[in-house]
Design a protein around this ligand. Structure first.
Ligand code: GAP
Length: 442
């Protein structure tokens, strides 16, 4: 198809996400809560598909197991990990308009980006990004606890539990998916930077000295995972962290970035975290976290860690940006289409009786019920057939199945492809195999 195609802006994508039930602002009827979002019926299907792919890619390996740790953890965890002392951004306020900025993201000499006032900034001061809350029923006995800013620490504190109960030998990984919370100073770009988000993290425990090989292996594995989602490789790149910008726990790090409408941005971090976290937890907890290397004369040491850390909402945004097109086909009206890979598409098919007539709906219902045993789909009778196709294009449904009067005679339906807009006549008895072949390709 000689279709013109162009990529939309983030605002256009956000509008489609709202209009079509992918993503809503949190607490919208109260004016919204900044940098918090809710997944709608289609957003949650897409998110679950992404989650499932990651979980499968990680835990179906013979060297990685999964866990699900609690969000609230003992406060000493965050002292040991360095988050209480180091997990902060430098904050400045404009004394004139009261706007707040990250001092490292603006030119302090150029004046306030909000009101233009010069020389009105407060001194930069560290602002800790962790949300604090209190645990316990009686106010004065309550203990300060934090909403976790990363899922990784739930893995580190369970290192021995998992290693000993599962009888694991190095190298092995522990994977986890879960919510994380950061009181970001400058959130934004739709769901790119939020205050509540979900991470998919894996800590790969290795013998000290093998971190370079582990980094090389995981860089390749993770790159291929992103390409496997259908993201265009030319919109992906590796971005190594310069030595002076490394996090307090890392001796090397590289990000996988995607080219969003606002430019390249981090989707996943691959970090060589040394033995920093386990050493700290051993120190603060007083528990011996050494590994006994039975294959090397019972040598005892604290393993090194290679971490892969990806934002689930961040990669969901990359997938949506990559799939979003506005096209003008050679023949026909312009259309907006989400060219999602069939494996990720929230709905795999739509059944559309040409008209709202009982004899057509009877067959359409049977076709729907049979397909729905294997795939999530939609049944839609409202509006012209052209409008219904466009609606399915906008939410990325790969195939539409239309039942018309000829169906009653020849037991065949029209299958229309989202990507090519081509239509094929398929016998109902062949329909499921036809769709299976195409939907399960990737
Ligand atoms: N355990 C290491 C860690 O948390 P990070 O680079 O701070 O590393 C990892 O975060 C990933 O989490 C990022 O690559 C990004 O995809 C996601 N992420 C971080 N902050 C986020 C935010 N405020 N909103 C959405 N996703 C975020």
């Amino acid at each position: 198809m000689g279709a013109e195609s162009n990529l939309g802006s983030m605002a256009e994508l956000a509008s489609l996400c709202k209009r079509r039930g992918f993503i809503f602002q949190s607490s919208e009827i109260y004016g919204g809560l900044s940098a918090c979002y809710d997944m709608g019926p289609l957003g949650i299907e897409l998110k679950r598909n992404l989650k499932q792919r990651w979980w499968q890619a990680m835990t179906h390996r013979r060297d990685v197991v999964g866990i699900d740790a609690s969000i609230l953890m003992h406060p000493m965890v965050w002292k040991a990990s360095g988050h209480i002392d180091n997990f902060s951004d430098p904050l400045v306020d404009c004394k004139k308009c009261k706007a707040r900025f990250r001092a490292d993201q603006i030119d302090l000499n150029a004046g306030c980006p909000s009101c233009g006032a010069k020389g009105e900034f407060t001194e930069p001061r560290p602002f800790n990004l962790m949300f604090k809350t209190r645990m316990g029923a009686v106010e004065n006995e309550a203990m300060d606890v934090y909403l976790r800013p990363e899922t990784a620490q739930g893995i580190f504190v369970n290192f021995l539990n998992v290693q000993s109960t599962m009888r694991l030998k190095l190298p092995f990984g522990i994977a986890q998916i879960g919510k994380a919370f950061r009181n970001e100073i400058t959130p934004g770009n739709f769901i790119f930077r939020m205050r509540e988000f979900e991470q998919m993290e894996m800590q790969y425990f290795i013998k000290p000295g093998t971190q370079k090989e582990a980094m090389a292996m995981w860089k390749e594995v993770r790159w291929n995972w992103h390409v496997g989602l259908g993201l265009r490789p030319e919109r992906l790149r590796f971005a190594p962290h310069p030595a002076d910008k490394l996090a307090h726990y890392a001796d090397a790090a590289v990000d996988i970035e995607y080219e969003f409408p606002q430019g390249f941005g981090e989707v996943e971090g691959i970090h060589s975290r040394t033995n920093f976290d386990l050493t700290e937890h051993q120190k603060y907890s007083g528990k011996n976290l050494q590994y006994v290397d039975q294959e090397n004369g019972n040598q005892k040491y604290i393993p090194y860690v290679l971490e892969t850390s990806i934002g689930l909402d961040r990669v969901l945004l990359a997938v949506l940006c990559d799939a979003y097109r506005q096209e003008t086909p050679d023949e026909g009206e312009p259309r907006t289409v989400l060219r999602l890979s069939p494996a990720l598409a929230p709905l795999k098919f739509a059944v559309l009786p040409l008209m709202k007539k009982p004899e057509l709906e009877k067959v359409a219902n049977q076709v729907f019920d049979d397909l729905a045993l294997d795939f999530p789909g939609e049944y839609d009778t409202s509006g012209s057939i052209g409008k219904r196709y466009r609606r399915q294009d906008e939410i990325g449904t790969p195939y539409c199945v239309t039942i018309d009067y000829t169906t009653l005679e020849d037991q065949a339906v029209t299958v229309r492809s989202r990507d090519t807009m081509a239509q094929e006549r398929i016998n109902i008895s062949q329909l499921k195999d036809y769709l299976k072949q195409r939907l399960l390709q990737k």
